[in-house]
Design a protein around this ligand. Structure first.
Ligand code: C2E
Length: 667
């Protein structure tokens, strides 16, 4: 966009400069031409004036000659008075001649004229006394006067012929300057005409160029307006239509469907695991992945369907016209399958999935906004049902969802407001009966609902990613509380599989240890086998990193997963916690008893200690102890207690509970 505007500016600047140059040129030329014309006129006038002076001088010379002749004729010495009068006239005429000649000399416009006039002025100087002298002598002695007249006549004739020659020269010169003036006038006129033509042509050229530029600017403005409109309705990253475009398209599709008695489906889709990709591999890869997803979605559509990006990793499709409800399901499944295939982005092999929610018009509603909301509700259901699938909106879905959404909002606020507290449940050493550790168990002190247990909000926190800040808080709080306990008492903290997905876990653990000052060997992290299910190698690497810092790692809820034994091989755990479901039935179920036995003996052979969870009765304690468990945990010893009661609990309750049992057993 910048390039054309620059070139237009350059053309305008060049044309402007050219026009100014032409105008200045024409003006200077006009002034110059006028000046030359005036100069030529001045030369003509000057020469005409000289010629007039010249002719005057000539006439006066004739008068001098006549006066002198008259003086000679009347010279008889008797008429002295008349002679003096003639002499005065001669003097007067001679002065007039000399004045005219010297004026011409002064005003001569060229060097040659000046030179000849100075010669003539010399002759005039010589002729003046000879004329006077001739008259004076004639008055006194007519004979001598007559001889003297001869000398006067000669100087006079020389002057006369010089004057005649000069007149000829003057006339020729006058003719020349007149011609010159006429020629200059013609030339100036011609050039003015030529320049006027150039000016007019330039004006025409400028007008044409200006029109062209104006046209170009108009076209560019129109196309940039078009581009702005396109940008306003499209997502810049993927090129797909955006939410505004989708809304207007959906409104049109709904009207059309009503007229044609057909249906419209809205499919809202969300990418599974996109956030992790973005967080771990960086935004450039996240962006490239979104572009690839958009391309794949395009391939799933029919001609009339449109897909839009609503923001982040959320997309929507409007499928219209729709003949049968099943068509929406087919499209949704196609999208899920297409998007779940592996991607190779900038050398990274990436696997993500997609969940889709569908709402239908007119079955669910005819309102565009409502339809989008319903598709979103169905999407939410698809995600909570396990992801990688689609769900069609059903009445009643929204009530559950709204409750879930409300809980999510509450949970976010609770993290901000720190409405959580940790309770601690002792882990008792079977042999010594000592409390060798405590497990931190989170509680939510809800301002309206009272104390909420972790089962109600931990899954939601895991799903929404809120487990990351929440887990960091638990680690920090547990370590801080544990510092106040006796040095040989350990603290066990649950770590969710979701906490392994980002890079934050190691930092959170190390920060908690550093800030609290707790020795790493006193911290035990409890992880479930689910953490090892996806991206096992990444999780194992994190576990090794933590173990290298001195932190202990325990496998929690052992026996409830799918391939527990296999996971035991993937990492050298420090402890196995046998799930309470086996302990609960240890007295009645031979299987449970056998499993507890198998796990404890496995622990012995692998060098891993074992803890029995959920020991509620002395009989259960008796059994797990007989099977070889090292540690026990359960309501028999204590329910989880607030931090403030831990020291009391460490001092009194537990040892007596175990010792009682121990002595019972001994007896
Ligand atoms: N019936 C019965 N139950 C017993 C007995 N002894 C202990 N329990 C309960 O068993 C759960 C033991 O923790 P868990 O298996 O790690 O199971 C925990 C753990 O998976 C999770 N959880 C708790 N706190 C946290 C936390 O801070 N972070 C994470 N990620 N998960 C947590 O929530 C689960 C439930 O915790 P709670 O409700 O506190 O439930 C606790 C505890 O109160 C017993 O004798 N009988």
């Amino acid at each position: 966009m910048r390039q054309p505007l620059w070139s237009i500016r350059m053309v305008l600047i060049m044309l402007g400069t050219l026009s100014v140059a032409v105008v200045v040129g024409l003006a200077s030329f006009g002034l110059f031409g006028i000046e030359r014309q005036l100069e030529a006129r001045r030369n003509v006038v000057r020469l005409e004036q000289i010629l007039i002076n010249h002719n005057n001088a000539d006439n006066f010379m004739d008068d001098v000659r006549a006066d002198v002749l008259r003086a000679l004729k009347t010279a008889d010495g008797t008429n002295r008075e008349g002679g003096d009068k003639i002499l005065a006239e001669v003097k007067h005429h001679i002065d007039t001649v000399k004045t005219a000649i010297s004026e011409n000399l002064a005003g001569a416009p060229s060097a040659d004229l000046r030179e000849s006039y100075s010669r003539i002025a010399g002759l005039a100087e010589a002729f003046a006394p000879s004329g006077q002298h001739a008259v004076e002598l004639a008055l006194e002695d007519p004979i001598a006067g007559s001889a003297n007249y001869e000398r006067f006549r000669q100087t006079f004739t020389a002057l006369e012929s010089a004057m005649d020659d000069q007149r000829e020269v003057l006339q020729k010169k006058l003719l020349g300057v007149r011609n010159d003036a006429a020629l200059t006038a013609v030339r100036v006129e011609n050039l003015i005409v030529a320049y006027s033509i150039i000016g007019v042509l330039l004006l025409a050229l400028m007008t044409a160029v200006s029109v062209k530029i104006a046209q170009r600017i108009t076209t560019e403005l129109a196309s940039s307006k078009e581009e702005a409109n396109r940008l306003a309705l499209h997502d810049t990253l993927t090129g797909l239509p955006n939410r505004a475009f989708l809304a207007s398209h959906l409104a049109k599709a709904l009207t059309q469907a009503e007229e044609q008695d057909s249906m419209v489906a809205v499919l809202c889709l969300d990418l599974d695991r996109f956030k992790q990709v973005n967080d771990t591999l960086g935004h450039p890869i996240g962006d490239a992945l979104l572009r690839a997803v958009a391309d794949r979605i395009r391939t799933c559509l029919r001609e009339n369907d449109i897909a839009a990006r609503l923001g982040g990793d959320e997309f929507a499709i409007v499928q219209s016209p729709l003949g049968r409800v099943e068509e929406a399901g087919t499209l949704a499944q196609r999208v899920v399958d297409t998007l779940s295939k592996p991607y190779v982005i900038l050398g990274h092999q990436i696997m993500i999935g997609a969940s889709v929610g569908i709402a239908l018009a007119p079955i669910d509603t005819n309102d565009a906004g409502e339809l989008l909301k319903m598709a979103d509700i169905a999407l939410y259901r698809a995600k909570s049902d396990g992801r990688g699938l689609f769900r069609v909106f059903e009445r009643g879905m929204d009530t559950k969802l709204q409750a879930r959404r409300a809980l999510e909002l509450d949970l976010r606020a609770a993290i901000e407001l720190q409405q959580f507290e940790l309770h601690y449940q002792p882990l008792v050493d079977v042999v010594s009966g000592r409390v060798s550790g405590l497990e931190a168990l989170i509680r939510w002190k809800h301002p309206e609902r009272g104390m909420i247990g972790p089962d109600e909000f931990i899954p939601l926190a895991e799903e929404t990613g809120l487990i990351v800040p929440l887990g960091a808080w638990v680690l920090h709080q547990a370590c801080t509380d544990a510092v106040a306990w006796p040095g040989d008492v350990k603290i066990a903290v649950n770590v969710s599989p979701a906490q392994f997905k980002g890079p934050e876990l190691v930092t959170a653990v190390l920060d908690a240890l550093t800030l609290s000052g707790l020795h790493p060997a006193r911290l035990e992290l409890e992880i479930t086998e689910t953490a090892l299910l996806s991206d096992a190698s990444g999780t194992v690497a994190v576990l090794h990193e933590l173990r290298a810092k001195g932190v202990r790692i325990a496998m929690d809820d052992f026996g409830t997963g799918y391939s527990s034994l296999g996971y035991l091989r993937s990492f050298p755990f420090d402890k196995i916690k046998i799930d309470r479901c086996f302990v609960r039935e240890i007295e009645t179920s031979a299987d449970c008893k056998a499993i507890v036995r198998a796990v404890t003996s496995l622990g012995v052979s692998l060098g891993i200690s074992t803890t029995a969870e959920g020991v509620e009765t002395s009989a259960q304690l008796e059994h797990v102890r007989a099977e070889g468990c090292d540690q026990v945990q359960g309501y028999l010893f204590s329910r989880p207690v607030p931090a403030r009661d831990v020291l009391v609990l460490l001092g009194h309750c537990i040892p007596s509970a175990v010792h009682e049992t121990a002595s019972t057993l001994a007896a």
